[in-house]
Write a protein that binds this ligand. Structure first.
Ligand SMILES: Nc1nc2c(c(=O)[nH]1)N[C@H]1C(S)=C(S)[C@@H](COP(=O)(O)OP(=O)(O)OC[C@H]3O[C@@H](n4cnc5c(=O)[nH]c(N)nc54)[C@H](O)[C@@H]3O)O[C@H]1N2
Ligand SMILES: Nc1nc2c(c(=O)[nH]1)N[C@H]1C(S)=C(S)[C@@H](COP(=O)(O)OP(=O)(O)OC[C@H]3O[C@@H](n4cnc5c(=O)[nH]c(N)nc54)[C@H](O)[C@@H]3O)O[C@H]1N2
Ligand SMILES: [Mo]
Length: 718
């Protein structure tokens, strides 16, 4: 083969000058990041492929990762640190040096600290996770309790629901189960490695129930697909429990020996017959019965939850508690093939190794710091979430200045469109003296900031990741950081040198802190760097089953059908100690008057395979996979009734606002529901939600259920 042919085919070798380096993709979260083979020529990335040897993705790659080259070299990259020169929001900046930028941020934070206390400075992380232990330590060392993240809308409420029931969350042990109940996840679009694991389990005969209002690649593989109306999951779970108790197919020994509050729970679920379940959820009673039987009679069964859909409702935590209780009822908690508990190793992942992440992140106990943002409104979050502030309360505290004023917001990958009533949130930021945002791209949030910092991508830096199969990877940069961009961790360490110069660990820099964090595992940075594609642990830790036998990590020491944490709140609405079902606040059941004018259920943010929030929708490669403009999904029958055709311009409205989008007609979405993807600047669906449309227990926004109407408009959206 000629050199030219080899060059065009991008074949590595000395004659072509093309080399392949191992890395990892960080476009999505740490539970799903894929190993990459990055092809380079003249220090430029020319191709990205999934790494065949990587045990998570085994060579596969999703459309977002495959667009990685366009992501890295996109013209909208921030090139230097920037300081605002015009009025806020005008988008006029001047380039400044790193030292100038970091010095002025430090000055702003120190002024706020001396005038109003360290709690007046918020440290915020958007969806990106790898730098979080560093950012949290920076906040704590500086003295601020106000470290918060996108977890105020993602995963934490699912973890809270599990903690309220079990004390410690357990993940589905897919490799050993006979029945998997996927309760609202679509891993074929959101975590393809997990989709492949489902396929392997189905091949060996596993049964699968999927609970999802939509039709998806996951539901198409299910033995039973339950399609509840959004936000009615609690009623569905309670009617399954009713049937399991009535038919006496629950695990009576487990319930008698290890649980608390069963008699009251049994009494409560008595009224949730499958027929009533059908009324409340729209799922035929026969299907509820069949699914309950399949789940309860399997030798081992487990529940695959999701980080978001069930908890993006005003009744989300209560609904998921009812769901997780099905694992308690059937004795499928903390056993192989059930929802098995493995403690997290690093960055939320149970990686079968010990680290000092917790100790690293918390140099000072929270009890020595001021109350976190949201303390009064979200006491359960404060008690059992993971020590973060609840960032959904930031706008309210900014407006009221109570219980104390907030002065600076130091953001890393902050996207103001993550919040409900995103424009209202943006307005509330005017009350701050200093807004900083570090991002890879010049986003709308950066444009509204005072100082903007250029972060680099995962291909330009190093990152530690572990995987649940006992695989650990410390990636090395495959190219130098472009322009003046830097790794967020280096930025944080340089800020720490200014904000908390006495911190003994930050002083030593990135490698030394990583070695410190890794020390209980026996791994070192030097050793990990020798295998940039990652390595299996020599001595993975496999915890025993049934750890609850020596006391569950709930206040009662038992698995709780009746929550002793919630019991303390007495009659406070939404805090019922039993998993009481209330429909979502804005739903045909709870607000029939509003439903007359707004007859559709608005469900937002179900993931598309080629997009991830706001982060890759500016790339032409990913955009080319879906209409090149924001579109709402409408069921074809509803569309016919309203005389709406594919790609028609639509006005999508709630009582709180409206946006213009195109119509995408699809059988995936159920009749009576309109689905809209979030993260679009030109059609921001989060402007259609009130800022305080939140679950009272978790503070999570009700993104998956509101009421809306759609009208055809002549002028199509841009
Ligand atoms: N309506 C609606 N709203 C939702 C949801 C929904 O389902 N519906 N889902 C919620 C959920 S579950 C989530 S997780 C959030 C998503 O939360 P967001 O934080 O809004 O997510 P992104 O848009 O992915 O990322 C924010 C920014 O991080 C930047 N970024 C990427 N990598 C890096 C990096 O390495 N360093 C730095 N400094 N910045 C980086 C990106 O360019 C982007 O501007 O949205 C929530 N909002
Ligand atoms: N491609 C891609 N992958 C992603 C992301 C992305 O933006 N794009 N985001 C990442 C993040 S931050 C998250 S949190 C995860 C989410 O991961 P998943 O939960 O797997 O994905 P979703 O599409 O949000 O939701 C799964 C299903 O929940 C259903 N659903 C919606 N409302 C309800 C409800 O009320 N009840 C029930 N039972 N089901 C409901 C939807 O129809 C959808 O098919 O994905 C991660 N992976
Ligand atoms: Mo999320």
């Amino acid at each position: 083969m000629s050199r030219i042919t080899r060059l065009t085919a991008k074949i590595p070798g000395p004659d072509t000058g093309i080399e392949v380096k191992k890395s990892l993709c960080a476009i999505c979260d740490p539970l799903t990041q894929c190993g990459l083979d990055v092809y380079l020529k003249d220090a430029r990335i020319i191709k990205i492929e999934g790494s065949a040897e990587h045990p998570f993705n085994k060579g596969a790659i999703c459309p977002k990762g495959a667009a990685g080259r366009q992501y890295v070299y996109h013209e909208n990259r921030i090139k230097t640190p920037l300081r605002r020169v015009g009025p806020r929001g005008s988008g006029t900046f001047e380039p400044i040096s790193w030292d100038e930028a970091l010095d002025s941020i430090a000055e702003g934070c120190m002024t706020a600290k001396s005038g109003y206390g360290p709690e007046s400075v918020i440290f915020f992380s958007g969806y990106t996770k790898y730098f979080r232990p560093y950012l949290r330590r920076l906040a704590r060392s500086f003295g601020s309790p106000n470290y918060c993240t996108e977890s105020s809308t993602c995963f934490m409420a699912t973890a809270m629901a599990q903690k309220l029931v079990f004390g410690a969350p357990g993940g589905p042990d897919m490799a050993n189960t006979d029945c998997l109940m996927v309760w609202s996840s679509n891993p074929y679009h959101t975590a393809h490695g997990r989709g492949a694991a489902i396929d392997r389990a189905l091949d060996r005969g596993m049964k699968m129930i999927v609970v999802d209002p939509r039709r998806t690649p996951t539901t198409s593989r299910a033995h039973i697909h339950l399609r509840p109306r959004p936000g009615t999951d609690g009623a569905l779970a309670l009617s399954m429990a009713n049937m399991i108790i009535e038919e006496n197919i629950y695990d009576a020994d487990f319930v008698a020996n290890h649980t608390y509050g069963f008699e009251e729970y049994r009494e409560y679920v008595r009224t949730f017959t499958p027929e009533r379940g059908e009324e409340l959820t729209g799922v035929p009673a026969a299907n509820i019965r069949a699914a309950a039987r399949m789940f309860a009679t399997a030798r081992r069964a487990c529940i695959m939850p999701s980080a978001s859909p069930v908890v993006h409702h005003t009744n989300g935590v209560q609904n998921y508690r009812a769901v997780f209780m099905l694992a308690a009822l059937t004795g499928n908690y903390d056993v192989r093939g059930g929802n098995f508990v493995e403690p997290p190793s690093y960055l939320y992942v149970s990686g079968k190794m010990k680290t000092r992440e917790d100790e690293f992140e918390n140099p000072k106990p929270l009890s020595e710091l001021a109350p976190r943002i949201g303390s009064d409104r979200f006491p359960v979050w404060m008690e059992i979430a993971n020590g973060e502030a609840q960032s959904m309360h930031i706008p309210e505290q900014l407006r009221s200045g109570k219980p104390y004023p907030l002065k600076c917001l130091i953001g890393f990958g902050m996207n103001y469109r993550m919040w409900p009533d995103s424009e209202g949130f943006l307005k509330s930021l005017r009350n701050l003296d200093l807004i900083v945002n570090a991002d890879i791209f010049m986003t709308d949030t950066c444009r509204r900031s005072d100082i903007v910092l250029p972060a680099c991508t995962s291909l330009e830096r190093s990152e530690l990741r572990c995987h649940s199969m006992g695989y650990v990877q410390l990636s090395s940069p495959v190219i130098e950081p472009l322009y003046e961009s830097r790794s967020d961790v280096d930025i944080i360490i340089d800020l720490a040198k200014r904000l908390c110069p006495d911190d003994p660990l930050f002083k030593q820099g990135y490698r030394a802190t990583l070695d410190w964090i890794l020390s209980p595992s026996g791994l070192t940075v030097d050793e990990l760097e020798k295998s940039p594609g990652g390595m299996f642990l020599k001595n993975p830790i496999n915890p025993p089953e049934r750890k609850y036998e020596s006391g569950a990590r709930t206040p009662s020491g038992k698995i709780e059908f009746k929550s002793t944490v919630l019991e303390k709140y007495g009659e406070r609405p939404g805090f019922e100690s039993l998993p009481v079902y209330n429909p979502p606040k804005y739903s045909p059941d709870a607000s029939p008057d509003m439903a007359k004018e707004y007859p559709f259920i608005l469900n937002t943010g179900s993931r598309l395979p080629m997009f991830i929030h706001s982060r890759v929708n500016h790339l032409s490669w990913t955009r080319s996979l879906r209409a090149n403009h924001p579109a709402a999904d409408v069921n074809p029958e509803d569309a016919r009734r309203l005389n709406i055709a594919q790609n028609d311009g639509l006005r999508l409205s709630t009582p709180f606002g409206s946006i213009e989008v195109r119509a995408n007609l699809t059988e995936m979405v159920m009749k009576g529901v309109v689905h809209m993807y979030h993260g679009w600047g030109s059609a921001d669906v989060n402007t259609l939600f009130e800022g305080d449309y939140l679950d009272p227990i978790s503070g999570f926004p009700g993104f998956k259920s509101s009421l809306c109407k759609i009208e055809r408009i002549v002028e199509a959206a841009a």
